[in-house]
Design a protein around this ligand. Structure first.
Ligand SMILES: [Zn+2]
Length: 134
């Protein structure tokens, strides 16, 4: 299964907080389901982002613990479109989503599905292939 490793807490935000754009410096032709893997690394400033804090408060209690996982596949989501910030910027400067960033490719994500039992996996760079049969 195609999989993407993200620093914490961004993977959690995709699966549990409605983060519908993944900002990347590179585009992909892949469309369809990917597994969302939270790596060992953390983006410490992201924990202070208002959208992340609000999402944690809104998250169902059973998934709040997934916040602390590192090195696990948390769930899956569908990649439905990829475009560059230059293509979606409106005249007022806003982008396609509150989660979207300037100067990045926007991977548009839909239908996040949380796994009831996240499982450990070793992450990799880029869009990597995780073994499906375990
Ligand atoms: Zn966009």
């Amino acid at each position: 299964m195609k999989s993407l490793t993200l620093k914490a807490p961004w993977g959690w935000a995709i699966i549990h907080a409605g983060k519908d754009i993944e900002n990347r410096t590179w585009a992909t032709r892949h469309r369809g389901t990917i597994w969302v893997h939270t790596g060992q690394g953390e983006d410490s400033s992201a924990f202070e982002a208002p959208a992340i804090k609000e999402a944690l408060l809104r998250a169902p209690e059973r998934t709040q613990g997934h916040w602390f996982l590192r090195g696990f596949v948390l769930g899956e989501v569908d990649v439905v479109d990829v475009h560059h910030a230059e293509e979606c910027r409106k005249p007022d400067g806003s982008l396609c989503s509150p989660w979207a960033e300037n100067d990045q490719y926007h991977w548009r994500l839909k239908n996040p599905r949380a796994f009831a039992c996240p499982f450990p996996e070793v992450g990799k760079q880029g869009l990597w292939e995780a073994p499906v049969n375990r």
